[in-house]
Every structure is written in C-alpha cells, then in structure tokens.
Design a protein. Structure first.
Lengths: 379, 316, 327
C-alpha cells in the first residue's frame, strides 16, 4: 500500500489537460491544466471537493464528455493518443483496456435488463465467446466481487439488489475484461459507511485480480489513505499537490491539503480538538480571477498570491510537488497551526468537549508528534 | 477565551484587516427571488415572448375591437359574399354579415369559455389531485378511478348527448362550460397528484407535521404552492385545449349555439366557401383558431421551461 | 407478473360496473324515445302515448330498467331493442366499429412510428436546426383544429383530383359504393379511402407523441446507465437502441393507450367530414332518432374499449419495466 511503485510501465499519461464547457452564462473552465502519470499496478487517488474537476478529467480519459466540451492537451494510453480518437477506436479501448466505475450505483445499471445480461454484454463486446461461456465467466465475476449465490442472482434485476451490491456488480463489469486501468469515480460516496468498506474490499480484489492500475477519485481522505499509493489533490480545476500518500498525509505543503486534513475528525486524537474548517466556498469556475484560486480562503495569502497562480514545484522530493508560493513555510506544520484563526471564529459550545483555560487546560492544541517516515534513499 | 493563534507560521497570516479584504474577494452572489428567475428565463424563450405579444394583440382585437369597429355581427347587409375590402376588411358571408365583427365576437366567446374552463378545471383538478396524492392508499385509488371514469367516455359523445337534451335552453352555454371542465380536470388532477406523491416524501412535510400542522394546512400551505409551476403550465395549455375542443363541438353544432357565435360555428357555416369561390370565409376563422391555440401553446411551453429548474441550454 | 395482471384485471371490473350505471343514468336522462311522438301533428292521444311509454319500458322504475338492461346484456347477450326499424343493434354496431377501427388503428400506427422516429432523432440532435424545425411544425399541428384541416384537405384533394384528372383521393365514405371484387382490390380500395382521414387524424397525435418521446428520450440520454453502457465499450447504435430506446419507449406506450379515448373523439369528428359510416354516424343518428338502447350500446362499447386500453397500458408497462411488477 505504501509501496511507491515507480518502476512499473507507464500506462496512462495526462499532459496539460484542459476542459471547458460553454454554458448560458459563459465558459466554465472545469479543468485547467492537469498532469499526471499512472504506472502499472499503482493506485492513484485524486482528491478534491465537488467542482474541483476530478470527475471531468477522468471522463475525458474515457471520451465520455458531452460533445459541447472543449478539450485540449494530451492523454496517452500506452503511448497512443486518446484525444481526438474516433468513436470506433475508442469503443475498443473502453471496457477492455480502460474501465470505469461510476458514483451512483442506484442509477448506473439499466433497470430493465437482468444483471447477468448487462455483465455478459460487457464480456461479449470484447471477446468472442459463446453465450454459455460468457455466462460462466459472469457468475465467476460475481463470485469474485463477493455477491452471494451468484448463480441465482445473475438472473435478477438491479432493483432486487441493494446499493452496495449494485456497486459490486458495476465493479464486476469493470473488471470483466481484465483492463489495464480502472477508473473509480467516487465509488463509495453514495453508500453508507459500513457498506463502503465492503465495496472498497471488492475494489481491492478487482485490482489484485486484474493487476490493473487504478485511479480512485473521491473527496473522502479516509478512503484514499487506505487504498492509494499516490495522491493528487485538485482545487478549482487544477492539481495543487501531488505526491506519495505518506508525503501528502504527513507532510502536506499546500494550505488546502493541510485544511482538508485538518477538517477530518480523528478518532485517535487524545482529547477533544476543534475541527479546523476551511472558511468560505470554492470559487466559481465561470470567471476565475488571476492568482491562486485558493487565495480567498487561505490564511497564508499575500499580494503575490493574488497576482500569480503558483505552479506545481518540487518540495522535498522529486515526487512530491505542491502549488503554493509559500509551501516551504508549511514544512512540519499541522492544520491547526495554520487554520486555527478560522476555527476560532466558529463558536462551539463548551459542552462539546472543548477545553477551557483554567478549568480543563489550554485550548490551543499542542503539536502532535507523528513519526516522520524515513525518506532516505527513496527515489 | 481561547488565546490568540500562535504565529509559528510567521507573520504571513496578516492582520484582520487584510483577512477581511481577502474575504471580500470571494464572489458575492446576487440573490434573486424565484419570480425574477422565472421571469428572466421566460424572457429568454423567444417564441414564447413573441407569442405573448401576439396573444395580447388578439385579446385586444377581440375585446376592444368592437368598440372601434362598430358594425354589428348580426346585421345582415345587402352585400353578400363580398371579398375583403375597405368597408368589410374580412368580407361578408352569405347573409351579408360582416366577417370582421363576427370573428371578433366569436373570438370573444371562445376566449371567455376557454379561460373560465381552464381556471375551474385546473383549480378543481389540482385540489383533487393534491388531496388524492396526499392521502394515498385506498383513498387515492378510489379517487383516481373516479377521475378515470370521466376520461372513459369520449367527450364528443357526452357533449352531443347533453346538448341534444338541453338544446335551446338558456343554460346551454353553462352546460358547455360544464362539459368542457369535466373533460379537462382529470388531466390536471393526474399531474398534480404525481407531483404531490413525490413532494410528500420530502422532509419539509415531515417537519410541518412534527410542528402539528393539520392535513389541510399541509396540502394548501405547503404542497400546492410547490406545484404552482405545474398549475400555471397546465392552466395555460388547458386554454389551448379548450379552444380546440369547443370550436370542434361548435362545428358539429353541439357547442355554442345561435345567437351566440364561435369561431367553430363560423367554420361550419362557411364549410363550402372554398369551392364556392370565397375562400376567405373559410380561411380566416380557421387561421384565428390556429393563431390563438399556437400562441397559447408557445406561451405554455415558455412557462414550462421557465419553471423547470433543471433546464440547461448549452449552445454548442 | 401473473398476480399483477390478475389484480389489474379485477380492479377493472368495478370500473366497468360503475360505467354501466353512469351510462344508464346519462342516457335515461337525456335520450327520450318519446321525443318524436310528442311533437307529432296531429297530437297523439293520452292513451296512445301511454301505450308507447309501456312499450318503451318507461313506466318501470329507474333501477328496474337498469337491471333489465344489465341482465339482458350479461345473461342474454343483447343490447336491447332499437327504436329504429329493422335495426339490430349488435350487428350495426359491429359494422360501425369495424369501420372506425380502420381509422383508429391506421392513425395509431402512422402517428406512433413517425413520433418515435422524430422524437428519437430530435433528442439525439438536440438544438439542431432539424430539432427547431420539427418542434415548430409540431406546435403547428398541435394547434390545428382537426375539423377545419379535414375540410381543407378534402378541398385540396378534390382540386388535385380534378387537375390531374385522376381519382387518386377518395374523399367520400370509407369505401366505394361498388367496391371491386376480391380481397386485395377491396383492401386497396379501403386504403385509398383511408389516406385523407388518417392523415388528418394522425397529425395531432403525432405532434403530441413526438414531443413526449423527445422528452422521454432526452431524460434517458442523460442517465447514468447510458454512460455506463458507453463505458463498457458498446457501439453507439447498440447503446442508443438497446439501452436508450428500450427505456424511452416505456412512457410512450402507456401514453398511447391512455390517449385512445381522445382519439375516438377525434375519429368521430373526422368521420363526419369524410362521411364515413362508422361509430360517429351511428352515435349521432341514434341521438337524433332518440334511440336510447343504441346510445347505451355505443357508450358501453367505447367504455369497454377505453378500459381495455388502459389495462393494456398498465400491463405493457409492467412487461417493459420490471420494477413495476412488484407494485
């Protein structure tokens, strides 16, 4: 899980991807320059709020954006350019080389066809098998993802499955043809927490069985921590930090990442701490002002931030890059070092477990010493 | 009070003034009331706007026209079958009646009937549908089956039958309105019921109940106002539907009767006008019917678009 | 599925029974067989009128009359006695129904096929010039008074016939007075007479259904399962038809069945203009000739037809959408 698999073959390379949507109110720049590479066997987690562009960039990879979208840049799969490819050629790649799992399992499956039909359809689209062989493989797949009584349930309709089960069917469809890349777009967002774990388990199985590289898109940092090798943090259509999962979690260098981590409730904290929320809301992508899009919400911001949008620059290691003019200042800091000014404004009743000076101790949270990973010798 | 934030991050946090200035940089969204949003979206629907203008003109024509064009629609002059000219812009028919004034009067009655039917049918239908949808269960089933009963019989048959019986009575116009209302209310009931069925699952209904609101209050204060968009659209389209149905009935002789007039009646009397060599007598009333129905349909479409929150028009 | 069907079937029965009662009441109050006799000159004597009343069964109490009619219908299979001479209600109604059914079925076929083609195409090519053009034309059809257009069409057909010297369009009656011998020629003759009425009647239905289909298709096109189907690597045509149309047709089939009653009304009007001897003529003459049993028979048959169509709509919906079967 924490293995930085940087030696595998490069499967997917996204370079300077921009996606713009024309709307009645103007052009919306959903994605403004995304770069990343995906190597065989690794799991890349893409994290961001709604509207950060994470889903759109993945839909661009699959060629599933609406015709009105204007896409620029380059997306190469095993060296071949995907953008501008004809529908016939894309057909051969979708479901076979690159597969996708969508967010809402309740609506992802066609309600009028049996689950088995939809699974076999995926298999038969890319393989010359007989109906029986396809059905056998379908039952196999259902078993792998953990559907009980697969031979019986294969003839049922989607509405006879629960949400978590449906998502597992979708995972089965995705892994049906042993793809090289699986893109999972917020696979657990629409599900209960307990079901989430099961689905993530199925996802992990899928990845292991097929040996595929995975792009895991989510806004849930907890999900990413358990699954990803590398993490890409997106904000307002651009990546703002990228690096190994440990780097991102223990040594974040962009205020937004810091804020995200700080707003996670932690069960393992010693005492009650206030969450440090990031005040404000994401900017409108209709007309972004110049400079860093995070500036209005950033406690570190200065004039430079309003003038110039920061580029992704290397921080400690070549793999870890952050887009912030002052990323060096963030080394070793925790969320509440930077954001507690905002947390202060949020009034919390004392009964919630906050500590009151003179009664239970000081409120300002101490620096929690986490073991620093040994980064010696890493490439 | 908690102590001031530590400045271990250097003095990059800035003063409160700087922070405030930064906060202002965020976008401020102008709050628009729902009415303004709906009106704005309606204005963007070009066909609907144009139709609104034309429709208003037609209404003015029908109701203010006779004040300017004082020829009586029942005055039989000696000019029979004259083509459109200065003294008779729409010509005259076989009885020497000036078609312009006849069309004005016919449009008046058709419009009045249509509006009355629409208002009554939509109101009755909406309340009926809301009550039925709200209570659900067997009440809903029974109520909807009763509504279906109204739709089981072809309206033409009912109209013909009732009209035959009550012909020549003074109340025939009200009977016509009644029959037409009976035709259109179940449609409204169905649509509103469907909406209420989905609305009543929403939390605000539960909240209202938790606060002790009575059923009647929930239906009239909470549910129905949320269906206002549909109600407006339905009532608009009902006007169009009524115009077409009423003119059809009048054409068959079972709708508006003499001495009242209707555009449909005008079409009947001038059925053979084309082969008789005076096509305007046939075309003009028909064109008016089409004009009214078309403009109302476009307006209804514009309203539907304006009230629909999920409309996104992307011009590629 | 079977349970659902049976349940729906059973639910239809009370409606049918209620319909018979409503029919009887409506007719009993508005169609009086005594009408032609009350205005006869010289006026009939009280005794003559009374014997007529007895003959028409008007002296019996209302409920008794209803029961007699109903039992006659259910137990003896008779629609009653017509006041028109030599008029077997069942048989005449049968003829009239067959004629009208030609019009209704023809209209549904043409309007439906066109509506699906246009609806799907304009949904796929939303906001294109084709979309705007067909929408405008559709609105026109929706606003067109059927009776007015029927007369117009008839005129044009006559003019075309005259100018080309042929008899291509038959504008009168549902078939020629001396029809050609043989099944196929007769069929051809019937078709020739059907062209104008079907065109007239189908315009309105086509316009309404194509808009409906377009909206339905648009909704389907934006759905998640369509996206997943594409992501599976299926061909665009397969996605469009197997996944898209398959779902988009469901609401329309229900709508078509429900629109049948309105279609009957339109058929009555259209028949009148083209002088077809179908249900329209049957009904209007029954009313004018004060023939209550015929009127009741007509209303009953149309009610049954509409109820059956509603039933078919529900069953079809359940067949096409497996989620409904649980309801």
């Amino acid at each position: 899980m924490t293995n930085l698999n940087t030696s595998g073959e490069e499967l997917l390379a996204v370079r300077d991807l921009t996606v713009t949507f024309p709307t009645a109110d103007g052009d919306v720049q959903a994605v403004r320059g995304v770069d990343y590479t995906l190597r065989r066997g690794e799991v890349l987690g893409i994290v961001g709020e709604s509207g950060s562009g994470k889903s759109v960039s993945s839909l661009a990879v699959m060629g599933l954006l609406p015709k009105t979208a204007r896409i620029q840049g380059s997306i190469t799969f095993q060296g071949d350019e995907l953008l501008g490819l004809s529908e016939r050629k894309l057909m051969k790649i979708r479901g076979k080389k690159i597969a996708m799992i969508f967010q809402d399992p309740m609506t992802s499956l066609n309600p009028v066809y049996k689950v088995g039909f939809q699974l076999e359809e995926a298999i038969l689209a890319h393989n010359d098998l007989s109906k029986d062989e396809a059905r056998k493989r379908a039952v196999e797949l259902l078993e792998i993802v953990g559907i009980p009584f697969p031979a019986k349930r294969i003839d049922q309709f989607p509405h006879e499955f629960s949400g978590g089960m449906r998502q597992r069917v979708v995972i089965a469809i995705a892994m049906a043809n042993n793809p090289d890349v699986i893109i999972a777009d917020e696979p657990t967002t629409a599900l209960d927490v307990t079901v989430q774990a099961q689905v993530l388990e199925s996802l992990r199985t899928a990845q292991q069985e097929t040996g595929a590289a995975m792009v895991l898109i989510t806004h849930d940092l907890g999900v990413v921590a358990g699954q990803a090798d590398r993490v890409l943090v997106m904000y307002a259509g651009k990546p703002v930090e990228i690096g190994g999962v440990d780097d991102i979690y223990y040594n974040p260098r962009m205020p937004y990442t810091l804020g995200l981590l700080g707003s996670l409730p932690r069960l393992d904290a010693d005492r009650a701490e206030r969450l440090t929320p990031i005040q404000g809301s994401p900017p409108s992508l209709l007309s972004l002002p110049p400079g860093c899009p995070f500036m209005p919400r950033c406690p570190l911001a200065k004039e430079l931030c309003a003038e110039q949008e920061p580029e992704l620059v290397v921080t400690d290691t070549a793999d870890h890059r952050a887009a912030c003019h002052y990323s060096a200042l963030l080394a070793g800091k925790q969320a509440d070092d930077v954001f507690s000014a905002s947390a202060e404004d949020a009034e919390m009743p004392e009964a919630y477990g906050a500590e009151i000076a003179g009664v239970t101790g000081d409120v300002s949270a101490p620096v929690i010493d986490l073991p620093k990973p040994n980064t010696k010798g890493s490439v | 009070m908690p102590s001031r934030v530590n400045t271990s991050a250097g003095d990059t946090l800035g003063t409160t003034a700087e922070q405030a200035a930064r906060a202002n940089r965020e976008f401020t969204v102008r709050a628009r009331s729902q009415r303004q949003i709906v009106a704005r979206r309606f204005r963007q629907h070009k066909a609907a706007m144009a139709s609104l203008v034309v429709f208003v003109l037609v209404v003015l024509f029908a109701f203010l026209g006779p004040l300017l064009w004082t020829t009586s629609p029942s005055f039989m002059s000696n000019d029979i079958f004259t083509a459109p000219s200065g003294s008779h812009p729409f010509g005259t028919d076989s009885n020497g009646i000036d078609l312009l004034s006849a069309v004005m009067k016919g449009t008046q009655s058709s419009l009045i009937i249509a509006v009355v039917v629409s208002v009554v049918a939509t109101t009755v239908g909406a309340v009926y549908g809301a009550v039925s949808g709200f209570y659900g269960g067997w009440i809903d089933t029974v109520m909807m089956r009763i509504a279906d009963l109204f739709l089981t019989f072809p309206i033409i048959a009912i109209a013909i039958m009732l009209d035959n019986r009550f012909q020549q009575e003074a109340s025939s116009l009200w009977l016509l309105i009644g029959v037409l209302t009976a035709l259109f209310w179940p449609g409204a009931a169905r649509v509103i019921r469907a909406q209420v069925l989905s609305l009543k699952e929403k939390e605000f209904v539960e909240a209202a109940r938790a606060l002790g609101a009575r059923d009647r209050r929930i239906i009239f204060r909470h549910l129905l106002p949320n269906t206002l968009g549909s109600i407006i659209v339905i009532s608009t389209l009902t006007v169009a539907g009524t115009i077409l149905t009423e003119t059809a009935l009048s054409f068959l002789g079972f709708g508006v009767q003499f001495p009242n007039t209707s555009l449909g009646l005008l079409v009947t009397t001038n059925q053979t006008a084309i082969e008789g060599g005076h096509p305007w007598l046939f075309y003009i009333p028909g064109v008016f019917i089409i004009l009214i129905a078309l403009t109302i349909n476009f307006i209804g479409d514009g309203l539907r678009d304006a009230f629909d929150p999920q409309q996104t028009r992307v011009r590629a | 599925m079977l349970v659902y069907s049976v349940r729906r079937l059973l639910q239809s029965i009370p409606i049918l029974v209620a319909s018979t009662f409503v029919i009887f009441l409506m007719v009993a109050s508005s169609v009086d067989p005594m009408t032609p006799y009350l205005t006869k000159k010289p006026p009939l004597s009280a005794a003559q009128l009374e014997s007529l009343r007895i003959r028409f069964g008007l002296t019996k109490p209302l409920l008794q009359r209803y029961w007699d009619w109903l039992t006659g219908l259910v137990l003896h299979g008779t629609f009653g006695t017509s006041t028109q001479a030599n008029f077997h209600i069942g048989q005449q109604l049968g003829y009239a129904m067959e004629v009208t059914l030609r019009l209704v079925v023809g209209t549904i076929l043409i309007a439906l096929i066109l509506a699906v083609i246009v609806g799907v195409t304009t949904a796929v090519r939303q906001y294109s010039k084709l979309d705007y053009a067909t929408t405008a034309v559709g609105f026109l059809f929706l606003s067109l008074p059927t009776f007015w257009f029927a007369v117009l069409l008839k005129e044009w057909a006559i003019q075309i016939n005259e100018s080309t010297g042929t008899h291509f369009f038959d504008t009168l009656w549902e078939s020629s007075p001396n029809p050609p011998a043989g099944f196929l020629p007769q069929l051809g003759d019937a078709f020739q007479h059907m062209i104008l009425p079907v065109v007239t009647l189908s315009l309105l239905s086509y316009a309404a259904w194509s808009r409906f289909q377009r909206a339905s298709m648009l909704e389907v096109l934006g759905s998640d399962y369509m996206r997943l189907a594409r992501a599976k690597g299926l061909s665009p045509l397969r996605v469009l038809f197997r996944h898209g149309l398959r779902n988009a047709l469901i609401p329309l089939t229900t709508q078509v069945a429900l629109d049948t009653a309105a279609l009957l009304s339109g058929a009555v009007i259209t028949e009148t203009i083209y002088s077809w001897r179908g249900m329209g003529l049957f009904f209007i003459s029954a009313i004018q000739l004060a023939d209550p049993d015929s009127v009741m028979a007509w209303l009953l048959v149309t009610a049954v037809f509409v109820i059956v169509m509603n039933l078919i709509a529900d069953l079809l919906y359940a067949v096409l959408d497996p989620r409904i079967r649980l309801a």
